[in-house]
Design a protein around this ligand. Structure first.
Ligand code: TYM
Length: 345
């Protein structure tokens, strides 16, 4: 039997994840991330969930909109089942240790690593000269979010896998350069049937809050009629649904709608297809719309209720930040010592 320890054996299991308050929440955020956040909370592990406002400003944000979207995201977290008494819910800018460690990681990470990030290439595109320096350094701040609380697990959608892998590279380089085993090696958790929800208008594009077409996504604030209409109009192909997952290969739009159904119903794709295989979209789409409305409407109603009292949301975020700081501050203190900064006496 191997005597080697698992890399995180000396670390307490802890979950961290975040969402940018850069627009409204989408069904992709819900199925790929928030639903998984709730699962982790219910496992009884220590969980920290952030609104990453510092990341949001790597592209222009109107200040009033940013404030509203941060509160709306907090309301979305709570309405979807995150309990502020169990999970620490806070916005990144209130726990300044995130940016402090982010700077140190700017000095650990290499330009070449950042330049290879597909999200950087997608977002900056041919216009890299005009992109903000913050957008380029974005993954180093994300690594700091995760490592400033010594998180061992990071629930995310598929598009964030590369960033979590980079986080491991940064942790490993820090540990190597400073001859320490101070940072854990966080694991990305990419779970459920809908880890990559696609646009309703184009099955080759990710569903995104920044897509100019509102018909391409379901927003968590959409009302029942809007949800039903968007699903009815979603792009599909003319064939009937297959009876197993293999039959969805090369049918991106069909696969996307089945994945969404499976994600919402907490079923596997094969279980869904065992029920609906052979049906035409004319029959399947209303089933999906009913399910989506049944699952999402209570969340959007609760979000609306919570948004009536922004002061209460602010108090929740402050309390969450205080608890998160209790974890992050001693870790940051040790980082400063490891790196060789003279500390206050
Ligand atoms: P963001 O704000 O783009 O998305 C938040 C979470 O939602 C997931 N997601 C999706 N999952 C499935 N299908 C989709 N269409 C879809 N769209 C978004 C994302 O994978 C993500 O889990 N860099 C992160 C925010 C971040 C973070 C962190 C995450 C900052 N620091 C530390 C984890 C840990 C981002 O931009 O996510």
């Amino acid at each position: 039997m191997s005597t080697e320890q698992a890399p995180n054996a000396n670390f307490k299991p802890r979950v961290f994840s975040g969402i940018q308050p850069s627009g409204g929440l989408t069904l992709g955020n819900y199925l790929g991330a928030i639903k998984r956040f709730v699962d982790k909370q219910e496992e009884g592990i220590e969980t920290l969930y952030c609104m990453v406002d510092m990341h949001a400003i790597t592209v222009w944000q109107d200040p009033a909109a940013l404030r509203r979207q941060t509160r709306e995201l907090a309301a979305g977290y709570i309405a979807a089942g995150l309990d502020p008494a169990k999970s620490m819910l806070y916005n990144q800018s209130q726990v300044t240790e995130h940016v402090q460690l982010g700077w140190i990681f700017n000095c650990v990470a290499r330009m070449g690593w950042m330049g290879r990030m597909t999200q950087w290439k997608d977002k900056a595109g041919k216009n890299a000269e005009k992109a903000s320096l913050g957008l380029f350094a974005y993954p180093a701040l994300m690594a700091a979010d995760i490592l400033v609380c010594h998180a061992t697990e990071v629930p995310v959608g598929e598009d964030q896998k590369q960033h979590v892998e980079l986080t491991r590279d940064i942790a490993a380089k820090f540990n190597h350069d400073y001859e320490t085993d101070f940072f854990p090696m966080p694991e990305p958790l990419i779970q459920g049937a809908a880890t990559r929800v696609m646009s309703l208008r184009d099955g080759s594009k990710k569903m995104s809050k920044s897509d100019p077409s509102d018909a391409s996504r379901i927003n968590m604030t959409d009302d029942a009629d809007t949800i039903a209409k968007k699903i009815r109009k979603a792009k599909t192909d003319p064939d009937a649904l297959p009876s197993d997952a293999k039959g969805l290969e090369d049918r991106p739009e069909a696969r996307n709608l089945v994945n969404i159904y499976a994600g919402l119903a907490d079923m596997s794709v094969d279980q869904v297809l065992a029920d609906v295989g052979g049906k035409q979209f004319g029959e399947f789409k209303p089933m999906l719309a009913d399910l989506a409305v049944a699952k999402l409407s209570p969340i959007s109603t609760e979000m609306g209720r919570l948004m009536q009292d922004p002061a209460e949301i602010d108090r929740t975020l402050t309390a969450g930040a205080n608890r998160a700081r209790d974890i992050a501050a001693p870790i940051m203190d040790r980082v400063y010592n490891i790196v060789g900064m003279v500390r206050p006496v």
